[in-house]
Design a protein around this ligand. Structure first.
Ligand code: NAI
Length: 699
């Protein structure tokens, strides 16, 4: 049974007991129903308190049951709520810490609610592309008022209990307890006080209206449509809340139910639920159990105060972890520090950061030119120039000075982490921590596991990632790791597409319409076209058989490195980020085609999107087969958090699954026939071919 039952005098207490957050799985639902029956049949009991043990009142549906028969087995949550609402003895919810989703809906089914301050109250279903399906859209507006309820339902964001309790006329909370510690006693006392009152108040019987109903909902509809264009759920939430104001309760419930059922099968909802599970899966490493002892990380050093070193440091400062930052020259150190300061000051100016918090964070930062000053830290992250010789010098020095057991991490984006590990006599302590630029903003962190990296180092770094609010994905060692290895194929296809007839803006527009934050040419201009150029020069030597479009090289030969010089594939005027097409670049592309004897053809947006996305999918299948990524969903996380792949499509792997792997391979076979493309590359990866033959998918 996932709830405890106890009797305190005339009050029965049902305490949900399903760690970690009292998810409303089948056994919990049964235990609540059982507790209510017990209390009803005990003549000594006059009232019931429903509360949660441990860290939450209830976090809602039990995600471990998603997709299993238990999730749909009676009693459904709605049945439990009806049982409580129709109970002939008063039921008081005692809410603390977390009441979210089904947890909040459960509390709304109770006759009274007492809350502790500091509790997070939310209906977050919209974040999974659905809507609250157990009466949340009908009951919340009745207790909070239409506008605050709609805001909560459409945003899915938590609001603190005390803030809701302060809303004028609110009926969500009948009483605020002094603290979480005194909540249960206060709720029991409250239950005693109201035990004789009849009729029992039910949220469903409260009126629900808005004084300017039509006008308000029209306004809200326009607002929501503007910001949620790729997602159907927010508008369905609005329809359900509007129904609460125009229909009888049971009719409103029917509108909610229909909305729920229509959303749960949409590709957007499937993608969002996929991402939800993918996030959780990504933090697990198969051969590193969750109880692996972790090394203590109290202090951090960052080597190199350049673009990445500064951003990396800010992550730790933001989490309250002291950072020592090391450079070889005072000038570089001063410059790095000034950049960090400037970044924080910009946040203060925008009102996003308090001045005293900024000062506090800066006080945790210690600049130094000496390794003596960093030798006792727990984790050191190297972010110096991307040259193996410089990395060798740094890691040899670290090996010499760092205390035993310190973790030595490299932020390299292309170099061999195993080679770096062997510059030291402690390769077990060496790991890759590949941050993305700007490192203080981007959520993704690829944790690169070397051949010798110790399990406790992996466990520790995954934990550190959580502390600094990064989404960590484990990658094996290979050129480009997961993300950059795939993006190289995508960018190569973009090159072929302009050779064959597209303009850069046509390619960018097509993939941006598909949902990417930025097309490949705008991305190149932002990152610096010289970076890709340097990599290609290396590739020409390493892989002479590999086909590349040379147009990007011509662009770089003209110094068109991108935004940093005001010109790349596009022009950027007065330091602005607006990409303006350039006639000379177009002429250069036309001349290139003429010289190469290519007759330009019209290429559809569909072909552009498929070649860009499926090139990544094919490379990803190789990555999976080689064990560089542990699961397809990890790759989806990398792409949605680090590369601007549209979340509502669930990442490249889920997109391919939904497109149908058979159809993906058919398209690849077509692309392989194109004489201007790389036919060899388009041979389906063996894993992909096997999945198609077996009628399976990646996820
Ligand atoms: P950067 O050139 O902006 O900064 C490097 C800094 O390291 C400079 O301030 C330099 O003075 C300092 N430095 C050089 N040798 C040093 C030494 N021996 N000891 C101490 N400091 C030294 O370079 P950036 O862009 O910050 O890149 C750093 C590392 O991060 C590279 O390995 C790069 O591949 C990687 N990376 C870069 C990304 C980017 O978008 N810029 C993204 C992900 C990784």
């Amino acid at each position: 049974m996932s709830a405890q039952y106890a009797v305190h005098g005339e009050v029965a207490v049902i305490s949900l007991d399903n760690p970690p957050v009292n998810g409303l799985g089948l056994s919990t639902r049964l235990a609540i129903a059982d507790g209510v029956q017990k209390a009803l049949s005990d003549p000594a009991v006059n009232a019931i308190v429903l509360t949660g043990q441990g860290r939450a009142f209830s976090g809602g549906a039990d995600i471990r049951e998603f997709g299993t028969p238990k999730a749909t087995q009676e009693p459904h949550l709605s049945s439990v709520i009806s049982l409580i609402e129709n109970c002939t003895k008063p039921v008081v919810a005692a809410v603390h810490s977390i009441a979210m989703g089904g947890g909040l809906e459960l509390a709304l089914g109770c006759h009274y609610r007492v809350a502790a301050p500091g509790a997070d109250i939310a209906l977050p279903e919209v974040k999974l592309g659905i809507l609250p399906g157990a009466g949340g859209t009908q009951r919340l507006p009745r207790v909070l008022g239409v506008e605050p309820a709609l805001n909560m339902i459409v945003s899915g964001e938590p609001v603190k209990s005390e803030k809701l309790a302060a809303l004028p006329g609110q009926k969500l909370f009948d009483k605020m307890a002094a603290s979480a510690a005194s909540l249960l006693d206060e709720a029991i006392a409250f239950a005693r006080g109201i035990s004789a009152i009849r009729p029992l108040p039910r949220v469903r019987d409260l009126p629900c209206s808005h004084p300017q109903g039509d006008a308000y909902f029209q306004f809200a509809r326009n607002m929501i449509a503007g910001v949620s264009k790729n997602y159907p759920a927010p508008l369905k939430c609005l329809e359900a809340v509007q129904a609460a104001t125009t229909n009888k309760f049971d009719d409103g419930m029917r509108v909610e139910r229909e909305g729920f059922l229509s959303l749960v099968t949409t590709p957007e909802s499937k993608a969002l639920r996929h991402m939800f599970f993918a996030q959780r899966a990504a933090s697990k490493i198969d051969d590193v159990p969750a109880d692996t002892p972790k090394r203590e990380i109290k202090t951090v050093a960052v080597i190199g105060a350049g673009t990445m070193g500064g951003g990396i440091s800010m992550n730790f400062l933001n989490a309250g972890i002291p950072v020592r930052i090391l450079e070889t020259k005072q000038e570089a150190l001063d410059k790095g520090l000034a950049t960090i300061q400037k970044n924080y000051q910009a946040q203060v100016k925008k009102g996003k950061l308090k001045e005293e918090v900024f000062q506090q964070r800066m006080s945790l930062l210690t600049p130094t030119l000496s390794y003596e000053d960093i030798k006792d830290v727990d984790l050191v992250i190297e972010a110096v120039f991307e040259e193996i010789g410089v990395k060798e010098l740094v890691f040899k020095k670290l090996d010499e000075v760092m205390r035993p057991g310190a973790i030595l991490a490299s932020n390299t984006s292309t170099l061999d982490v195993n080679a770096i590990a062997h510059f030291t006599k402690r390769p077990q302590d060496v790991v890759g921590m590949h941050f993305f630029s700007p490192a203080n903003v981007m959520k993704l962190l690829e944790v690169v596991r070397g051949a010798a990296t110790a399990k406790d180092v992996m466990a520790t770094v995954m934990d550190v990632a959580k502390r600094i609010k990064k989404t960590a994905v484990v990658s094996g060692v290979c050129d480009g790791f997961i993300g950059n290895r795939m993006i190289e194929q995508y960018v190569r296809q973009a090159g072929f597409l302009i050779e064959e007839g597209c303009t850069p803006q046509q390619v960018d527009k097509a993939i941006e319409k598909f949902g990417f934050a930025m097309g490949p040419f705008r991305m190149g201009d932002l990152a610096g076209n010289d970076i890709g150029w340097a990599i290609r020069k290396r590739r020409y030597l390493e892989k002479p058989h590999m086909k590349y479009s040379k147009i990007a090289d011509l662009l770089c030969e003209q110094g068109r490195y991108g935004q940093k010089v005001g010109k790349g594939w596009y022009d950027y005027l007065d330091g602005k980020r607006d990409a303006i097409p350039n006639k000379d670049v177009e002429a250069m592309i036309v001349k290139y085609r003429a010289d190469a004897g290519i007759t330009a053809r019209k290429i559809s947006d569909e072909e552009i999107v498929q070649r860009l996305v499926f090139s990544m999918v094919n490379e990803a299948a190789h990555i999976l087969e080689e064990g560089i990524a542990a699961r397809a969903s990890d790759i989806d996380i990398v792409y949605t958090t680090g590369y601007g792949f549209p979340v509502y499509r669930g990442g490249p792997m889920l997109y391919a699954d939904q497109f149908g792997l058979f159809n993906v391979v058919q398209a690849m076979n077509r692309f392989a026939q194109n004489p201007y493309d790389d036919g060899q590359f388009w041979q389906p990866a063996p894993l992909l071919a096997r999945l198609v033959a077996d009628g399976k998918s990646f996820n």
